[in-house]
Structure formats: structure tokens, C-alpha cells
Design a protein around this ligand. Structure first.
Ligand code: UT7
Length: 329
């Protein structure tokens, strides 16, 4: 029997127009372009300014463009899954809202929350539906309005995050391309080091939670950094070993874009030269679940069919993992 894998067959994205530069940020909080650049690699990030529009606004624009680009009718989509930590509402799922906005009427779907590893967890999940034949035309949409949960009085976190959405068509492949293998992990030890304290069922909104800015991202940067460096690098190295891949076999590492120093450490651990490590953090900052899809979108033209890519991410939870992926077009 022919083996079926799940493969990305097209990508489209939406990045909001407004660019928040390090210079502008340094007029808002006590920071500098020099600090942000040397500690993170970030120069600017895009921010969605449209009032009362959330992640579905950007996600729908990305999906619309994907359908146009691939000449696909909305009614031909079987499933749509949205990975996000910034859903429009606690419920209903942002996936439902995007389907409604686009007229995707014959699909089912849901949201996935795996922090900055959201893309890896979602692609792995969707690949199960593709492999079994349960779904044939699936849209994965990563959409984050991180600015909606960023405290612009906190210099520890506000330089880090940006907004964007990317949609991908995921389809069956019988040529041995697409998602070949994955390693995924969760560890709740991380749940107090990177989280949004209030707004869920433990701490529903009150005047106090708002005054204490508990509806924004809290991060113990140093601790998260330590776990991110070791776990992301270890998992990327582990998937290479499992498949006897050498640095020469790998066309590119596509890492989650949280911090240039974490990315460098992962590339070095894998024995990769700098030209094989794809980076666009300077332009977008940390866009959480959208960051790997944004790199794939930006560098799509330089991939060749059969190129071996390693995706690696680390995020809130903690969640982390790596994918062994063969580019399919
Ligand atoms: O995407 C999900 C996973 N997230 C990550 O992987 C992020 C991991 N963490 C990091 O990337 C880094 O920890 C940060 C970029 C968040 C922070 O960098 P750091 O080198 O760990 O800095 P720090 O938090 O240890 O702060 C060092 C100093 C402190 O001053 P003192 O105590 O040494 O006097 C901070 O107050 O830098 C100060 N600082 C700043 N200074 C200027 C913190 N933020 C800023 C700022 N501008 N924006």
C-alpha cells in the first residue's frame, strides 16, 4: 500500500501594515534599539491597529489569499484548524469564525493552543487526519494578535512580540515528501514562567486583575531562555540522530523566532553553517505560533522539492519539539 504523508502545498500570509520600531518603543518604555537588538535580534514588529479586530481578521485575510492563489473553492475544504494563543474570544473557536468569514461551509475544525510550538503541534495533529484519508484538503492557519496581550509598560516583554497570520494548504502526498517524523513534548513545570495569569477560569476578570495587568503576557525571561536553549537544541539533534541525518543532509533549519541567541545555539548544536539557519526575527519579532510559518512563507521561493528541513520550536507550557520535513514542491 502506498504510504500517505501530509504535505504543505501552498502558503499565504497577512502581516498588518503598522510597523512598531525599536526607536518608537524606546520612546514608550525605558529601552533602546541597542539593548533589544543585541539581546533578541529584533528590530521591528507589525501591529494590528484595526479596532475590535482580532486574530480571525488576519487569519481570514491569509486564508482568502490562499484560496485565491490555489484556485480553491471554500466549499472544497474538509478541515480548518487555527493555532493561536490569542483567539478572538475564549469561545467560540477562532477556526469557526474564520470559516464563517470565508464561507467555508463543509469543513469542521478547532483551535489548538500550544504556545509558540503551536504550528508543530497542529501540523502533527492534522497529519493524522491526512494519513488515514479522513481529510484531503485541510487548511492550517496560524494567527496571533500578540499586541492584544502585551503590556506596553513592561520593558521585559513589550519589545518581544508582533502580530501576523499565515495559512497553509495541507494535502496528502504519496512521493515520500511532507512531514516524515516528529518529536513533541509538554512539561507543566513551565506553566508559571510564561503565561497569562487572568481571564481564564482560575482568575476571571476583576478590577484587580486589570489593574495588576494580569491579562498580559508574564515571562520570566531568564528561566524560559535556559529551558528553550537546551530543549530546542536537544530535540533538533535527537531527530537528526533518529534518522542518521548529518548537517550536510539538511537544507535548512526553520526555528521558532523568539531570540537570535536561542536560534544560534540550536544551529550550532546541529552542526549547521549560518547560511542553513533561516531567520526573519528582525522584521517581525516573536509572533508565537506564526513564526515558523512566516519563515516558510518568506523563504518559500528558495526551497526545492525534496529539500530536508528541520522545524524546531519551544513555547509556553512548556511545549517543544522538532519536525523532520521534506519540502514537497
Ligand atoms: O517564544 C516562547 C519562548 N520564549 C523565549 O524563548 C524567550 C526566552 N527569553 C529571552 O529571550 C530573554 O530572556 C529576554 C530577551 C526576554 C531577556 O533577555 P536577558 O538577556 O535574559 O535579559 P534579563 O531579563 O536577564 O535582563 C537583563 C537586564 C536587567 O537589568 P539588570 O537587572 O541586569 O539591571 C533587565 O532589567 O536587562 C534589563 N532589561 C532591559 N533593559 C533595556 C530587560 N528588558 C530590557 C529592555 N531594555 N527592554
Amino acid at each position: 500500500m502506498t504510504k500517505i504523508t501530509a504535505a504543505i502545498t501552498a502558503i499565504a500570509g497577512y502581516v498588518p501594515e503598522y510597523i512598531l520600531t525599536n526607536e518608537e518603543l524606546s520612546r514608550i518604555v525605558d529601552t533602546s534599539d541597542e539593548w533589544i537588538t543585541t539581546r533578541t535580534g529584533i528590530k521591528e514588529r507589525h501591529i494590528l491597529k484595526a479596532e475590535h479586530e482580532g486574530s480571525s481578521y488576519m487569519g481570514a485575510k491569509a486564508v482568502e489569499e490562499l484560496l485565491r492563489k490555489t484556485n480553491t473553492r471554500p466549499e472544497d475544504i474538509d478541515m480548518l484548524v487555527c493555532c493561536t494563543v490569542t483567539p478572538d474570544h475564549v469561545f467560540p473557536a477562532t477556526a469557526n469564525i474564520i470559516c464563517d468569514k470565508i464561507g467555508i461551509l463543509n469543513a469542521w475544525g478547532f483551535d489548538m493552543n500550544a504556545g509558540c510550538s503551536g504550528f508543530l503541534f497542529t501540523l502533527s495533529t492534522l497529519s493524522q487526519f491526512i494519513k488515514t484519508g479522513r481529510a484531503k484538503k485541510v487548511i492550517l492557519v496560524a494567527a496571533e494578535k500578540m499586541s492584544s496581550i502585551t503590556d506596553y509598560t513592561d520593558r521585559n516583554t513589550c519589545p518581544l512580540f508582533g502580530d501576523a497570520a499565515v495559512a497553509m494548504m495541507i494535502e496528502p502526498n504519496t512521493e515520500g515528501l511532507g512531514l516524515i517524523d516528529d518529536i513533541l513534548h509538554v512539561d507543566g513545570i513551565g506553566r508559571k514562567f510564561l503565561y497569562m495569569k487572568a481571564g481564564g477560569s482560575c482568575y476571571p476578570p476583576t478590577v484587580e486583575t486589570v489593574e495588576n495587568r494580569e491579562h498580559c503576557v508574564y515571562q520570566d525571561g531568564k528561566t524560559v531562555f535556559k529551558y528553550a536553549v537546551s530543549n530546542m537544541a536537544d530535540t533538533a539533534a535527537e531527530i537528526m540522530e533518529r534518522h542518521q541525518l548529518t548537517a550536510n543532509d539538511i537544507a535548512y533549519l526553520i526555528p521558532h523566532q523568539a531570540n537570535l541567541r536561542i536560534i544560534d545555539a540550536t544551529g550550532k548544536r546541529m552542526g549547521l553553517t549560518d547560511d542553513k539557519v533561516l531567520i526573519n526575527i528582525a522584521k517581525y519579532g516573536n509572533t508565537s505560533a506564526v513564526s515558523i510559518p512566516l519563515v516558510l512563507m518568506d523563504f518559500e521561493k528558495q526551497f526545492k522539492k525534496g529539500d530536508i528541513l528541520i522545524f524546531a520550536a519551544f513555547g509556553a507550557g512548556f511545549t517543544w519539539g522538532a519536525h523532520y520535513y521534506k519540502w514537497a514542491y
